[in-house]
Design a protein. Sequence first.
Length: 297
Amino acid sequence: MSVAYPRKFGSFSARTILEQVVRDREVHMITLNRYRFSEQRSCKDLTELVEKLDGEPRELVRDLSRHISDEARHAMWLTDLLHDLGAPLGRPPGTSYIDEFERLLDTANLEADAPKEDLVINSLAAINVTEKRGCEYFSSHIAALKAAPPSEENQAIQGVLEQIFPEEAAHVRWGNRWLATLSRQSTAHRQKVEAAKIRYASIEQAAFESGMDITLGAELRRVERLLGVTATLPAWQRPAYFMERLPQTLLAPDLQGTRLDIAQRAWKRDPQAFFERFIPLFLNGPKAPAKQAASHP
């Protein structure tokens, strides 16, 4: 099945990252728990969208209710898997991709009192780009498991991911169809759809990279990404959007906590490797060799 994937992070492709993840059980369980958390949160976010739509368009409300059912089932499968593997089921450690994505959203264009067609277009574009990222990671994770030494645990994980992936790919195709249908309605609709796709792709990439980048200078790179997102907004929305998000972007309290947590994990695991690998990685930034970058949780 054909899926258009988002951009990678620097030199790190999803396949490269997942090949390292499956070699480290602790990191592997954290990654699976992040999937679980994302599927669980999407049920809440999609439910809020249904409530904002208030029954119209009827077809979209029906489709979204089915989408919620799919995401809840995925969360259940992942929860059962993690429970059976004895892995944590709490909030995953580290910077939250979902929280960062929501923080960067242009909320004025997603509120219930926004024009209905704008709410629909923007919401569908936002859903579509996150589903694409999910597809990228599920397919890369499955490929990495197939390439890894076989084990009963890996087979169980692969089985669950192979159940989820086709439905996630179907969600991407569903979003593509809706956006294409809306785009064909008029020139104005086509312009709004294209602008929304660019804006939410920028927001998603910024959120994804913020979750990956904990190295020296990450705060300034977050500001650069914020500027990139700001440039996709209408000119009159840019100053307020940027200034509202600048303080948390620059101070980045979640980033400081993530750095401390990862440093502690790396030190406890191997003090020598902490100095030989973690510290150079932290100083070198996101262009470090992929195998080094992915070797710590």
